[in-house]
Design a protein around this ligand. Sequence first.
Ligand code: SF4
Length: 229
Amino acid sequence: GTIDELDARISVCRACPRLVAWREEVATTGRRRSFAQEPYWGRPVPAFGDVDATRLIVGLAPAANGANRTGRMFTGDRSGDWLFAALHRAGFANQPSSMSAGDGLQLRGIRITAPVRCAPPANKPTTAEKATCAPWLERELQLSADTLRVILTLGGIGWDTTISTARTLGWEVPRPKPKFGHGARATLLTPNGPVELVGCYHVSQQNTFTGRLTESMLDDVLALVRELG
Ligand code: SF4
């Protein structure tokens, strides 16, 4: 299979009843008033970006009125505004902002994915939902293994899922298990060579409003990701 085929299969997945119900409810009766006239995707969100990228960003899950609306990872909410502005400053994105699926946004040298593909209530997937969705990330890492050099995880869930997925794939992961933190690093050994894992606080408003994650912190991490990739 190819990445495009994988994305097509992901976008019709209905394996998690609670998330299927939530993503569809938000997309129909639960729309945010400011988006009431807009089409909502309301389905699992495939990865977005350059399919031949050497760098992969692993976030958390689509936001109910963000990627669950636009069908594109991180697009259409405050977290996405932050991330795409930084990706533009770092030379990975052709424009600094992104609100809808048809806005011409393109990524170069980087791709964005998530360990959970459907919007969860309160942005909190259950342990079972994380486990159910993990094989999609596994296939994605497998399919990108030839080119992949760096994985940037936004938040601890992305970090943990990437490490457990790497183990499932038979990649060598340092022991004891590397701990997530902002600026944390670890090297994963794949049959195609090393992949550098980099941790960064999530671009959620909880972190960006409080100054736990600043623009310069994110810029520094993206500069490292560029250098490593
Ligand atoms: Fe399928 Fe993942 Fe969505 Fe669950 S979260 S329904 S496994 S795509």
